[in-house]
Write a protein that binds this ligand. Structure first.
Ligand SMILES: [Fe+2]
Ligand SMILES: [Fe+2]
Length: 272
């Protein structure tokens, strides 16, 4: 199966890149399944129902969220109506929506998508992601219940992300990190057959500070004092993420290539 994951969509620039490019990338690269992290798509903070619909319409099969899952209030009810949205497994006990679900591609192949939040350096304390993932991986073994599985590990520390990658190695097709908005150059297939990248990067304008217009973050770093609001940078976004081919029989990854299309970053993808 040909699967693409795209990291955190950042504001209008990220949404435009998705609607402008995802439809043709889906065709050009013959993608079977696309997962997009949408936690910052609405003004950099959360995901509104309308913007979720736009990302799905552009060609995402599933949209994952993150610590900003419910920053837009309409998501509290919309997530109950739209099964293609996945919030973190360990967000909060009473959170609406689901943290893992099995989907089908156009040919009926089953794909598990799950998301967990890490604990290191996060603003709120979240439950242990390892035990949350253990339950899901046991329930949906790849090469058994599902043909492929994708885990979005949403956290700050690359160490914790790598630990999750190794923990899931051989039990998930893809483990990919999100939340830090800068792609790491460590895309690889782990020894057990799991495609891994510590951070997918964002779909946003990289002439910024992690997707925000750089003036206010710079002012706060330099002076220690806030003056204005953070606003997403509005220059051309780079679509950033991971392209993976998997073996339908075993669920293991056979190819793993970083994706960077458009905008300022050096370009990469299965076509280049
Ligand atoms: Fe994010
Ligand atoms: Fe986040």
């Amino acid at each position: 199966m040909k699967i693409m994951f795209l990291g955190d969509v950042m504001g209008r620039a990220g949404r435009s890149a998705i609607t402008d490019h995802l439809p043709h990338l889906r065709k050009d690269w013959k993608l079977d399944f696309v997962v997009v992290n949408g936690e910052n798509a609405t003004n950099g903070s959360g995901l509104s129902a309308d913007h979720a619909k736009a990302i799905l319409k552009a060609g995402a099969d599933v949209v994952t969220l993150g610590d900003h899952a419910f920053d837009q209030r309409d998501m509290l009810s919309f997530i109950e109506k739209e099964p293609r949205l996945i919030r973190p497994l360990n967000y909060a006990k009473g959170a609406p929506g689901a943290g893992a679900r099995v989907f089908s591609d156009a040919r009926g192949r089953k794909v598990l998508v799950a998301q967990a939040l890490g604990q290191v350096f996060m603003k709120r304390p979240f439950d242990d992601p390892f035990s949350a993932l253990e339950t899901v991986l046991k329930q949906y073994p790849m090469g058994g219940q599902v043909q492929a599985s994708l885990i979005d590990i949403h956290c700050e520390a690359t160490s914790e992300k790598m630990a999750v990658g190794h923990y899931c190695d051989g039990r998930a097709s893809i483990v990919v990190g999100t939340h830090t908005h800068v792609p790491t150059a460590d895309a690889m297939i782990l020894p057990g057959g799991t495609a891994f990248q510590s951070d997918a990067g964002m779909c946003g304008d990289y002439d910024s500070v992690i997707g925000m217009d750089k003036a206010e973050p710079l002012r706060r770093f330099i002076t220690g004092m806030p003056k204005g609001r953070f606003n997403p940078a509005e220059g051309e976004a780079t679509l950033s993420g991971l392209y993976v081919e998997t073996d339908d029989r075993t669920g293991q990854a056979t190819t793993c290539i970083m994706v960077r299309q458009g905008g300022r970053l050096s370009q990469s993808g299965p076509g280049s």
